[in-house]
Design a protein around this ligand. Structure first.
Ligand code: GDP
Ligand code: MG
Length: 439
C-alpha cells in the first residue's frame, strides 16, 4: 500500500501546479492502491470521494503548493478513516475493569491477553487476573499459564472439564476477593464464525458485563478480517479492535476497513510474537506510516525508552544551532547502536524509504568502529570544534587511527553534511539528502 501511494504522491510532489486532471489521475492511483491493499470497496469509495471533494475545491487549485495540500488532505482523510483520535481503554469506576477478548482461532487473543497484562502492569502498576476461558484445547490453557508465569500475573483456570461461563463466574469471584484491578478473559475461537461460539460468548458477556469486548483480528487475513469483524460486532457489540501481526507482510488494508465498517476504534496493534510487541494505536501515526511519511513520533518514543529526555532536548538544541560536535556524534552512534536494528529505525524517518539506495541500506558495524576510531584520535578541542581540522591535523588523526587521510576526509565531510541536514531537519525540513551517509 505504502509503495503505491508513495509513487502517486511522488509524482504529484514534483509538480508546481495541480490541475483537475492531475487530481483525477492521483485519485485513480490512490483507489488502485487501496484496493490492492485489500481495503474494503465501500471504504475505498467513501475515502476517495471525500478526498476528491476537498481536493478539487479551490482550496487546492489556488493554493501556493497544491501538491503538498493534496498530500495533506489525503493524510487527514486517512487519519479520519482510521478513527482520528487515540481511544483509551474503558475503565470501570469500581474495580475490577473486565476486558473480554474475542476473535477467530489463531488471531492472537491469548498472546494479546499476555501483552495487555504486561502493558497494564508497566503503565499503571496494575494487578490483573487472567482467566483461561478457552477450554477446547488444553494447550490454550497452558499457553496462558506460561504467559502468566513470565509476567508474574495470576491465571485462573479450571481445566477443560468446566464450562467457560462457570470458569468466568468463579474467576470473577476470585478477582473480587483478591482485589485485582483488571480481569482479562481469554476466550476460545473457531476457524469460522459459528453459532455455538457466538452463543458461548454471549453468555460470557451477559455474566461478566465486560467494560470492553475487544475483537482481535489478524491483519494478514485482509478482506476476511472485515467480514469477521462485522459478524462479531453484530452479535456481540464489540467496543474495540486489536489488529495483530502488523509486523508481517501485511497489506495494511484491514486497519482502514475495520474501523470504518464497525465504527469500533482500534485500540492496539500487535507487531510481533514477544510480550512487548504491542503498540497503542494512533490513527494519525498510522496514516502517516501508510503514506510513507514515516512515523517520527513512534521513532522518538522508541528512542526515549533508552534515552533520557534532557539529553534529547540538549541534542535538539545543538542540532538547531549547528553546534553538534564529534562528542555528540559518538554518543549518537552508541545510542543508535543500542536501539536495535538501525535499518528498522531509519525506515521510520520521514522520506527515508524513498531515498535512492535505501532498499540496500545496511549498517556495517565495522564502518561504525572505524568512525569511532577516527573520533577517538582527535583531541578534545578538535572534537568540540570540527572546524579546527586542518590538513596537518587530519594527517595526524589518520596516522593515529590507522586510516588513510582520504578516509578521514570522507568521514569529516559526511559528518558536516549530516550536521547541516540535522539543522534543516530540526527546523522542520524533512527533505534530507545525505542522511544515509551519516552512519
Ligand atoms: P488465539 O488462537 O487467538 O489465542 O491466537 P494466539 O495468541 O495463540 O496466537 C496465534 C499465533 O500468532 C501464535 O503463534 C502467536 O505467537 C502469533 N502472534 C500473535 N500476535 C502476533 C503478532 O502481533 N505478530 C506476530 N508475528 N505473531 C503473532
Ligand atoms: Mg488462544
Amino acid at each position: 500500500l505504502t509503495d503505491r501511494l508513495q509513487q502517486a504522491m511522488g509524482k504529484l510532489r514534483k509538480k508546481g501546479k495541480v490541475t483537475e486532471a492531475d487530481v483525477k489521475e492521483m485519485m485513480r492511483e490512490i483507489r488502485l492502491a487501496l484496493l490492492e491493499a485489500d481495503v474494503n470497496l465501500k471504504v475505498v469509495k467513501e475515502f476517495t470521494k471525500s478526498v476528491r471533494e476537498r481536493a478539487v475545491g479551490t482550496e487546492v487549485l489556488d493554493s501556493l503548493s497544491p501538491a503538498q495540500q493534496i498530500v495533506k488532505i489525503v493524510n487527514e482523510e486517512l487519519t479520519k478513516t482510521l478513527g482520528s483520535e487515540t481511544v483509551e481503554l474503558e475503565k470501570n469506576p469500581k474495580i475490577p475493569t473486565v476486558i473480554m477478548m474475542v476473535g477467530l482461532q489463531g488471531a492472537g487473543k491469548t498472546t494479546f491477553t499476555g501483552k495487555l497484562a504486561n502493558h497494564l502492569k508497566k503503565t499503571e502498576n496494575a494487578r490483573p487476573l487472567l482467566i483461561a476461558g478457552d477450554v477446547y484445547r488444553p494447550a490454550a490453557i497452558d499457553q496462558l499459564k506460561v504467559l502468566g508465569q513470565q509476567l508474574d500475573v495470576p491465571v485462573f483456570d479450571m481445566g477443560t472439564e468446566v464450562s467457560p461461563v462457570e470458569i468466568v463466574r468463579q474467576g470473577l469471584e476470585q478477582a473480587k476477593e483478591k482485589k485485582n484491578d483488571y480481569v482479562l478473559i481469554d476466550t476460545a475461537g473457531r476457524l469460522h464464525v459459528d453459532e455455538a461460539l457466538m452463543n458461548e460468548l454471549q453468555e460470557i458477556k451477559a455474566l461478566a458485563q465486560p467494560n470492553e469486548i475487544l475483537l482481535v483480528v489478524d491483519a494478514m487475513t485482509g478482506q476476511d478480517a472485515v467480514n469477521v469483524a462485522e459478524s462479531f460486532n453484530q452479535q456481540l457489540g464489540i467496543t474495540g479492535v486489536i489488529i495483530t501481526k502488523l509486523d508481517g507482510d501485511t497489506r495494511g488494508g484491514a486497519a482502514l476497513s475495520i474501523r470504518s465498517i464497525t465504527g469500533a476504534p482500534i485500540k492496539f496493534t500487535g507487531t510481533g510474537e514477544k510480550l512487548t510487541d504491542l503498540e497503542v494505536f494512533h490513527p494519525d501515526r498510522m496514516a502517516s506510516r501508510i503514506l510513507g511519511m514515516g512515523d517520527m513520533l513512534t521513532l522518538i518514543e522508541r528512542a526515549q525508552q533508552d534515552y533520557d529526555e534532557q539529553k534529547a532536548e540538549e541534542l535538539a538544541k545543538k542540532m538547531k544551532e549547528n553546534s553538534f560536535d564529534f562528542n555528540d556524534f559518538i554518543e549518537q552512534l552508541d545510542q543508535v547502536m543500542s536501539m536495535g536494528p538501525l535499518e528498522d529505525l531509519m525506515k521510520m524517518i520521514p522520506g527515508m524509504n524513498q531515498m535512492p539506495g535505501m532498499e540496500n541500506f545496511k549498517v556495517d558495524p565495522k564502518d561504525i568502529a572505524r568512525k569511532k576510531a577516527i573520533v577517538f584520535s582527535m583531541t578534545p578541542a578538535e572534537r568540540e570544534n570540527p572546524d579546527l581540522l586542518n590538513p596537518s591535523r587530519r594527517r595526524r588523526i589518520a596516522a593515529g587511527s590507522g586510516n588513510s587521510v582520504v578516509e578521514v576526509n570522507r568521514m569529516i565531510k559526511q559528518f558536516k553534511e549530516a550536521r547541516t541536514m540535522m539543522k534543516k531537519m530540526s527546523n522542520g525540513n524533512f527533505d534530507m539528502p545525505g542522511m544515509d551517509q551519516m552512519f
